[in-house]
Design a binder for this molecule. Structure first.
Ligand SMILES: [Zn+2]
Length: 280
């Protein structure tokens, strides 16, 4: 365990980039080998668009990283946050600190983004993707990248997270997101087993169905139990899923960089009323 802590305490940014690119490449290859949906779409332009939003996310995280490092150093030095108040042993920090970072920085942040209208306007860009695959994981409007960054910072303060925990969490979070967005066909037994603890592609897919209430379920990123605990867990027949966002289904609204960058400022659009026949 000391080795893990030591590694993430001094992880070079080149390694962090490699984790991101390595994960993306791995799931990209896997999707081509065993795709779930074999729908034909222009992978080059789809990937190009999502990589554009991945790069803006990386840039924002890069330029704001010093704030995260300063915040973490500050909470540790001043003894602020749950792990510091309880003088938690390293293994407690590793297990519970990691779980709490996932809850506050991902599940709760994501839940709030779906329920606060102006935040939803930014998060909607992620949901406009009509061909969800591993590249969708980082398709975030730059404004959402800032929102998520601020949630992560708040989580660092509440948890009292040392920097090694933040780096470990961020690396795992990126990999799990690439995994649960991947368009891979996994045998049910395998998906169901992993899903007992972690969010799998089968679990996350329904979150990308184009209609509510389905898009308001399965918010999890790393651990699957937050959705079970808070009653937002949903199991559905994934063969009938339609990806995208009912309010933004045209080619331009879903696939144009300029239109997507402008989307949060276009005004809130209400979801279309859901009917019983549309039940999955
Ligand atoms: Zn969402």
């Amino acid at each position: 365990m000391d080795a893990i802590i030591n590694y993430f305490e001094h992880i070079p940014s080149s390694h962090r980039s490699m984790i991101l690119i390595g994960g993306l490449t791995f799931f990209f290859l896997l999707e081509n080998a065993v795709p779930l949906f074999k729908k034909k779409y222009n992978k080059v332009s789809h990937t190009g668009l999502n990589i554009f939003f991945t790069l803006t996310t990386i840039l924002i995280n890069f330029f704001m990283a010093f704030m995260l490092v300063n915040t973490s150093d500050w909470v540790v030095a001043e003894g602020i946050g749950i792990l510091q108040w309880t003088s938690a042993a390293p293994w407690v920090a590793l297990v519970f600190g990691f779980m709490l970072m996932d809850f506050l920085g991902a599940w709760l942040a994501h839940y709030i983004e779906h329920h606060v209208k102006w935040m939803w306007q930014f998060h909607a860009v992620h949901h406009t993707d009509q061909n969800v695959d591993t590249t969708t994981a980082n398709r975030h409007h730059p404004g959402e990248s800032v929102i998520r960054f601020l949630f992560t910072m708040a989580a660092v303060v509440i948890v009292g997270a040392p920097m090694w925990l933040v780096f470990l969490y961020q690396s795992a979070s990126a990999l799990l997101s690439q995994f649960n967005h991947a368009n891979v066909a996994m045998p049910d037994w395998l998906d169901n087993t992993i899903r007992l603890v972690f969010c799998t592609p089968n679990m996350h897919r329904v979150h990308h169905h184009y209609r509510q209430p389905y898009s308001d379920t399965n918010y999890g990123n790393i651990f699957s139990f937050w959705d079970r605990i808070f009653g937002t867990h949903q199991v559905t027949d994934n063969s009938k899923l339609i990806y995208g966002l009912d309010t933004h289904m045209t080619e331009r609204e879903a696939n144009n960089v300029g239109a997507l960058l402008k989307l949060p400022f276009d005004g809130y659009r209400d979801h279309i009323e859901y009917t019983e026949e549309e039940k999955l």
